[in-house]
Each structure stands twice: as C-alpha cells, then as structure tokens.
Ligand binder design. Structure first.
Ligand code: FES
Length: 169
C-alpha cells in the first residue's frame, strides 16, 4: 500500500512540497529552474531563488504530482479546471490531470492536480508509477511523454535513477 511522505520547502511568497514516492524522475523541475531545483544541495528546493509565478509555472510541469505548491502571497493556488483527463503514455503510465483525490488506508485524503498511475502492474508504490515499467520492458500504445530532453535527462528511457537521487537519503 502506498504511503507517501510529503516534505515542505517554505519560501517567502510560495511554499513548494515534494513527495519522492510519487516522483517518476522525468526532471521537469531540474530543467525548469536550476537555481530553485538543484539535486546536489540541501535543501534541494529553494523557493525564493526565483519569483513565485516562475516557481509555480515550473511546479505545474511536474506530471506526477510529486511537486505541488501553495501560494503565501495571496495569489491563488493551483486549481484544476475542466474535466479530469486520462492519457496513456507510450510504454508507460496513465497520466491523469484534473482533480484527483488520493485516499489512503489511514483515512487521509490528498487532492492532486496531476498523477501518473501505473498500468504495467510492476509498481512498488500502488497505484502510482515508479518507473518499474522500464525494468519490466513494458510495451503498450500511447502518446510519448512530452518533455524536453537535455543533459539532465538525455533519453526518454533514462530517467534520473531513484537510487542515485540524493533527495531520497
Ligand atoms: S507503469 Fe510505471 S511502474 Fe507501472
């Protein structure tokens, strides 16, 4: 059963939170703003290293909902509009956007605006994808993940290794 642990990084105008167990390591945050999101630093998230609007924009690119934000400057928080949508990712998870309520065994409920749900059956963090589909060689039709490849994420099938990710220590 999934038991997420969300860590909070508080800035002056915006608070960013991160749940490593939801992360699918596509590195949108690292590509989005290298001063705010930096793996080899503690804390790895510095919300005040950029304007709150810029930080929020990068957080909204996180497909899994591992990153969320809460505005402290009176501006509105992320509020999913329109119908909930589910999109199968080629050889990977089901990408869901909209208002997603995650109910846990202990009765707590977390509302996410984005989530990546496993469809290969190999997950360790039910029901969320944790990239086990890569090791399993899962093949299924779908749309490609729309991310920008870079030196941080050189190939689609080479996410940042969870074992090497210092945020997990
Ligand atoms: S689809 Fe990613 S772990 Fe199953």
């Amino acid at each position: 059963m999934f038991e997420g642990v969300r860590k909070v990084y508080r800035g002056r105008d915006i608070e960013v939170s991160f749940d490593l167990e939801l992360c699918v390591h596509v590195a949108e945050c690292l590509r989005g703003h290298r001063e705010v999101f930096q793996l080899n630093r503690r804390p790895w998230i510095l919300p005040d290293a950029a304007g709150a609007d810029e930080v929020a924009e990068v957080v909204r690119r996180c497909p899994s909902g591992a990153l969320l934000y809460h505005r402290l400057d009176g501006r509105p928080d992320e509020d999913p509009e329109g119908p909930t949508q589910a999109t199968p990712i080629k050889n990977g998870p089901l990408l869901v956007t909209g208002k997603i309520e995650v109910r846990r065994e202990d009765g707590t409920v977390e509302t996410l605006p984005r989530a990546t749900l496993c469809r290969c059956g190999q997950f360790n963090h039910k029901p969320f994808c944790d990239n086990q589909h890569l090791a399993a060689g899962f093949r299924a039709p779908g749309v490609p993940f729309r991310i920008q490849l870079s030196p941080i994420r050189p190939q689609l099938d080479q996410p940042i290794s969870k074992a090497e990710d210092p945020r997990g220590r």
